[in-house]
Ligand binder design. Sequence first.
Ligand code: PLP
Length: 423
Amino acid sequence: MSLSDLSPDALAALHSEQTTAYAALVDRGLKLDLTRGKPAPAQLDLSNALLTLPGAGEYTAADGTDCRNYGGGQGLPEIREIFAELLNVPVAQLVAGDNASLGVMHDTLVFSLLKGTVDSAGPWVKEPITFLCPVPGYDRHFALCEQFGITMEPVALGPDGPDLEAIRSRVADDPSVRGIWIVPTYANPTGSVYTEEVTRELVSMPTAAPDFRIFWDNAYAVHHLTDAEHPALDVLGLAAEAGNPNRVFVFASTSKITFAGAGVSFFAGSPANVSWYLQHLGKRTIGPDKVNHLRHARYLGSADGVRELMRKHRAIIEPKFAQVETILQSRLGDHEVATWTRPEGGYFISLDVPDGCATRVVALAKEAGIAMTAAGAAFPYGSDPRDRNIRIAPTFPSPDDVAAAIEGLCTCVLLASAEQQQA
Ligand code: PLP
């Protein structure tokens, strides 16, 4: 039953019960952290073989390249072959880079701002620029826009993609709209998976700006939590088919496959976009870390090697996601005070509490020693207009800590909701 249907007495009883539960929670003196989507130590242990690869005397790539030396701007073919299959892009259109993809996104944005894209009349920075931001979304995408003075406009995101009608009208009317952030597979934090239909729309819709770009961040392309294993769509092929081959910049990395921040990043695009990217990248670096490419290629072996490794990751984190679902359902299900996502992959669960309550819930949790990502973090400028969204990142803590944190969080949600109803 929803709290608004409770009699005043029943509501007062719930409030009093949750106030007592909250006092007991604070007394426990917990110190738990559910803020960032990081792999757990047990997940990192899966790739410890990397610490001794490529091994003494091993530095020669399959094509004879000496990985110890400069050069090879596009990255080693053997690592590109593995990830071209997984990301569903042609090997020739895939670049393997340095340790992580946020830097690649940063560079791509800066190259566009300072130099313009292959379809631009000039540098983006000379005019006001707007990016569309499906929400809730990834805070660091939004931080990049904020950093460079790009205006952000939120667009509602559903389970299989964003509000296409809203996007269609904005991109058709306004040439300042130059980009959109998309996390197509198991989006952060909603777990949304873009369908082929939605993707076709995005790559084909008419845009006022000839250089409109989709920043397609496939960070969780192989991070399945169920047997459904949604495959990466051939977004570059779909864009080319729609007559907009240059519309999409693809990003990915092995951060949550091998070592977070010590993996391999990827950029993919049309042949023209790849030449453009490599030309600018060539000014920034004389070549990527090919020794790292070699050790990753030797360790992962093949696309199937990656799939097998990801099933081991799943075995570690799936029980944590299941535990969050069980606790949310048992503590909040009957009260109709919240809704949450049931992701089939990725690293997050997105929790919506009653409008106007998220900030209070996060503050109550903090007071009880449970660190949650700041309310509003998944929105441009850190501002959730409905103040209702909370991101749950269950991968890093131990199963016991995840359970304790979510139990505590539920107490905070119930208390904040009861407070609001009584006010
Ligand atoms: N993209 C998304 C959607 C993410 O959620 C994250 C990390 O949380 C990243 C990119 C960061 O990737 P990388 O470690 O390759 O910089």
